[in-house]
Design a binder for this molecule. Structure first.
Ligand code: PRP
Ligand code: URA
Length: 209
């Protein structure tokens, strides 16, 4: 069974409270989603491997450490996952970015897949799948299926807000994928929205409502 990490860092919790607020506008919402994603990525990558390197400073040789392989791939689930990418790339500029297009059918709540483009060496990379919301878990499960079918192995899932139902579904389908969230909420309502959640993440990011 995979592990679930809920980040209680005060900065993450503070910013999360602002994006939950119905009165937070599109611009601030977008900025904060990126900021939270960057802070979360800092934690999610804390076990990345290092290797020794000698660096010549202006005054002496320093024994330092830099990142060793494997490299990282960030895979946003379209479309709301896109809102998390820039914050992560600000922190890890060499990461490659793959894209997976999945939307949730509003009637059935089942994931509908429409796009997948991943780095060709995806099997050699550590992969962080990003999507602000983990509700029923259908979109995340389908996205991880996609990635595994294309050779992806070392996968982590990073969400801003998750419902217990979504966590359970992903853990059942993908017991090898650890899940990292900023907020673990109470439940889903009858329309499949996370309660209390933050509403529709894609609409709030892109101003489509
Ligand atoms: C949202 C969200 C997730 C999905 C979560 O996307 O960004 O991808 O719903 O729900 P689930 O866990 O029940 O699958 P949505 O389907 O609204 O598509 P969008 O990002 O294109 O708006
Ligand atoms: N997708 C969202 O954007 N929000 C939810 O609460 C559930 C699914």
């Amino acid at each position: 069974m995979s592990d679930v990490f809920v980040f209680d860092h005060p900065l993450i919790q503070h910013k999360l409270s602002i994006i939950r607020d119905v009165n937070t506008g599109c611009k601030e919402f977008r900025e904060l989603v990126n900021e939270i994603s960057m802070l979360m990525a800092y934690e999610v990558t804390k076990d990345m491997a290092l290797e020794p390197v000698d660096v010549q400073t202006p005054v002496a040789k320093a024994k330092c450490q830099h990142l060793a392989g494997p490299q990282l791939a960030v895979v946003p689930v379209l479309r709301a996952g896109l809102g998390m990418v820039d914050g992560i790339l600000d922190l890890i500029p060499n990461a490659r970015v793959g894209h997976i297009g999945v939307y949730r059918d509003p009637e059935t709540l089942k994931p509908v897949e429409y796009y997948c483009k991943l780095p060709s060496d995806i099997g050699d990379r550590h992969i962080i799948v990003v999507d602000p919301m983990l509700a029923t878990g259908g979109s995340a499960t389908a996205s991880i299926n996609f990635i595994k079918a294309r050779g992806g192995k070392h996968i982590r899932l990073m969400n801003l807000i998750a419902a217990p139902e979504g966590i359970e579904a992903v853990q059942k389908a993908h017991p090898d994928v650890n899940i990292y969230v900023a907020g673990l909420d109470s439940h889903l309502n009858e329309d499949g929205y996370i309660i209390p959640g933050l509403g529709d993440a894609g609409d709030r990011l892109f101003g489509t409502k």
